[in-house]
Design a protein around this ligand. Structure first.
Ligand SMILES: *Cc1c(COP(=O)(O)O)cnc(C)c1O
Length: 420
């Protein structure tokens, strides 16, 4: 393009990447660009695409709904796509999550969760405001969600605005007791409103995995102290970890759950925050001051809701669970050859997600190998975005064995180039 684009892209240093490829079409596991390349989407376009790009059933639902009703104000009306979706989500979610609040991104669903928790304590006459979080967590990029997430280069400029939270260590193998004890200590202080956590795997923090037994114990400690348990399933939801929701594997039900990314199969922006009747009822009153004061303009957009309903249909009518099991097995097969490779460490997998750390001089998100890896993947027409020296693969469920071969060969070559 002749003139410079006015667009400021997300998480993009334009001083290092003055131009970006132009995406012109997407289908299945592939994104086509204007220069004729077909790029395999090995990170599901930032973890949102579950079944594949443009699943015909979801596309058809979007087209049909767009012909009937676009945006309508959700504080004045309800509508069939939202009602159907909410009822079906309550049936699918862990027991006790009986109410559904709509928003439009993972970050807003977490903001809503935090506000629900504080509202609950205020309206039951026991004002508690402290939020307990896990080290290395990521919950979004708004000021509130940055506050409950890991601090680092991404938050440095905004740290003065972020509120204080209580932190517990990540439950690394062998260190679980320290995590439990820290949670116990923070819970006992009596001022903790809620504990928020990404169940089973911390995504943006580096694909750090911990077992269901640990998650169950964290839940148990919170229950014992009446601290609300918020499961941020924005990434883990919709099959990524091998089950529909990660909490299922631990047999737990949170008080509040956040779902977004795969909620519409990745086709439209939409998010929900589910909560227990106890939390809803604490706001239920004839007193307008107890209203839950939150809304986004596009709350429960009918077209997005219709896309989500179609996604649930896909889950119900197609062998999605079988596809996920097969993908997890194929991923495990690919990963095997890296287990004895001295260039890599912490070779790990949870469900459809794999990750491995390249043994570089510097670790962390700004590791100098990051840009070199990125370039190698671009040359191979494979979309991967390492988190520093952590390479991870999170493909859509329609990815083939051949696609996976391509992806893992690119990882091998990229490692050679990055370390040479
Ligand atoms: C991506 C993500 C979010 C934020 O979602 P957005 O839609 O990008 O705002 C929150 N929590 C987790 C665990 C995520 O992975």
């Amino acid at each position: 393009m002749s003139t410079r684009s006015p667009i400021w892209h997300p998480f993009t240093q334009h001083g290092l990447r003055p131009t970006l490829p132009v995406a012109v079409q997407a289908e299945g596991a592939y994104i086509a660009t204007s220069d004729g390349r077909r790029i395999v989407d090995a990170i599901s376009s930032w973890w949102v695409i579950t079944h594949g790009h443009r699943h015909p059933r979801i596309v058809a639902a979007i087209e049909a709904q767009a012909r009937i009703m676009d945006q309508v104000i959700f504080a004045e009306f309800t509508h069939e796509p939202a009602e159907t979706l909410a009822r079906r989500l309550v049936r699918l979610a862990p027991p006790g999550l009986d109410h559904v609040f709509f928003s439009d991104s993972g970050s807003t669903s977490v903001e809503v969760a935090l506000k629900m928790a504080l509202g609950f304590w205020r309206h039951t006459g026991r004002p508690r405001h402290r939020i307990i979080v896990m080290e290395h967590s990521y919950h979004g990029d708004t000021v509130g969600t940055m506050s409950v997430g890991e601090r680092g280069p991404f938050t440095a400029a905004y740290d003065p605005l972020l509120f204080e939270v209580a932190r517990i260590p990540f439950p690394a193998a062998g260190g679980e007791e320290a995590t439990f004890e820290a949670l116990e200590v923070h819970c006992r202080r009596g001022d903790a409103a809620a504990f928020i956590v990404e169940p089973l795997i911390l995504g943006a923090g580096g694909m750090l995995i911990y077992p269901p037994t640990v998650l169950a114990r964290l839940r148990q400690i919170c229950s014992a102290h009446e601290v609300l348990f918020i499961a941020d399933e924005v990434m883990t939801g919709w099959g990524r970890t091998g089950s529909l929701f990660a909490c299922e594997q631990a047999g737990i039900a949170p008080d509040i759950a956040c779902y977004s990314k795969g909620l519409t199969g990745g086709s439209m922006p939409l998010a929900v925050t589910l909560c227990s009747a106890t939390i809803f009822d604490a706001h239920l009153s004839s007193d307008p001051r107890r209203t839950f004061f939150h809304s986004s303009s596009y709350t429960a957009n009918p077209i997005a809701c219709a896309a989500a309903v179609a996604n649930l249909d896909v889950w119900e009518d197609e062998p999605v669970r079988e596809r996920i099991t097969a993908l997890a097995a194929a991923q495990a097969g690919q990963l095997d050859r890296f287990r004895d490779d001295a260039r890599f460490s912490s070779v790990r997998q949870l469900g459809t997600i794999t990750a491995l750390d390249l043994n570089a001089e510097t670790a962390g998100y700004l590791s100098e190998v990051g840009p070199r890896l990125r370039r190698a993947f671009q040359d191979a027409d494979v979309l991967l975005r390492p988190l520093g020296n952590t390479i991870y693969v999170m493909p859509p469920y329609c990815v083939t064995i051949q696609d996976l071969d391509l992806i893992y060969r690119a990882i091998e070559r990229a490692a050679e180039q990055a370390l040479s």
